[in-house]
Design a protein around this ligand. Structure first.
Ligand code: BTN
Length: 276
């Protein structure tokens, strides 16, 4: 992260303990270890932030590798969702929406959510290009609620910001810089640290409003940013592909599909890999 400065780091530390690395295997792995090692307070919200300039073993959902050269933003947040029992899928979708809003604001390029956790740019043909992804993990089988009601979540955020090329096996990947070059003919780099600060500021505020706002309103905001509703999709779920039209996202953050034979299917985890 080239624009790292003491000033920015100390500003970031208002959001929680900050751990910064130049090169690391994965901020997610480090945060998992940290979660066991540090004592967390009882407050709702972000507790620690682990940031790296680059990752050698960054990974995403389904254990897929996450391309992490210096030009991107990679960080994991240790979050205490004390006494919040809302479904994690909804919470993750909302966090993705907040991050997409920040990226949209700094780039002035429209960003969308691709259920369940991708931040994408969509062109006029409805082809989507992935700018970012979120990996939310809890401890234990389902959630991790300790005696003191803590519910500890690790949210790993990978954002393609200033990359100008990607490996051939990532044809859907793009960066904020590439999109802005294409759509606005602006070639300048983004300031990674400023984006990070903006995200943390917005996210910590939004997580407070998430607690107090009616979930129907939260869901409305998510749906407004989503690029899948009303579209014909191919969704992979547990090694199977389901074709159907996305008709809604429910209050738990699940995707509701109507298949080609009219059957309604509720999908709690999976991946959308084609939008028509
Ligand atoms: C996905 O789209 O599958 C989620 C990708 C999450 C990648 C981030 S980068 C920071 C953190 N460290 C990791 O190893 N993974 C997450």
């Amino acid at each position: 992260m080239s624009q790292l400065s003491g000033e920015i780091l100390s500003k970031i530390s208002q959001f929680g303990q900050v751990y910064f690395f130049d090169t690391i295997d994965s901020t997610q792995l480090t945060t998992r270890k940290l979660a066991k090692a540090i004592s967390l307070n009882e407050h709702y919200g972000i507790q620690a932030i682990v940031i790296a300039n680059q990752q050698t073993k960054g990974f995403g959902r389904f254990g897929r590798y996450w391309y992490s050269p210096r030009q991107g933003l990679y960080f994991s947040l240790l979050v205490n969702l004390v006494q919040d029992d809302t479904p994690l899928t909804l919470w993750t979708l909302y966090s993705a929406k907040v991050i997409a809003d920040v990226l949209e604001k700094v780039s002035t390029v429209p960003m969308h959510l691709k259920w369940p956790n991708d931040i994408v740019f969509m062109d006029s043909n409805c082809d989507f290009y992935k700018v970012g992804g979120i990996l939310t993990e809890t401890f234990g089988r389902n959630t991790f609620i300790t005696k003191s009601d803590k519910r500890i979540v690790i949210m790993g955020i990978g954002l393609n910001i200033n990359q100008t090329d990607f490996p051939l096996d990532l044809p859907q990947a793009t960066s904020l810089k590439l999109i802005r070059m294409k759509t606005k003919q602006i070639n300048a780099d983004f300031n990674l640290m400023e984006i990070l600060y903006d995200i943390l500021l917005t996210l910590s505020d939004s997580l407070i409003s998430y607690r107090h706002q009616p979930k129907t309103e939260i869901l409305q905001q998510i749906k407004h940013k989503s690029c899948v509703i009303g579209k014909r999709l191919k969704v992979s779920r547990r090694h199977k592909t389901i074709n159907g039209t996305a008709i809604d996202i429910d209050e738990q953050g699940r995707l509701i599909l109507r298949t080609e034979i009219g059957r309604i299917i509720t999908i709690d985890a999976g991946e959308v890999f084609a939008i028509q």
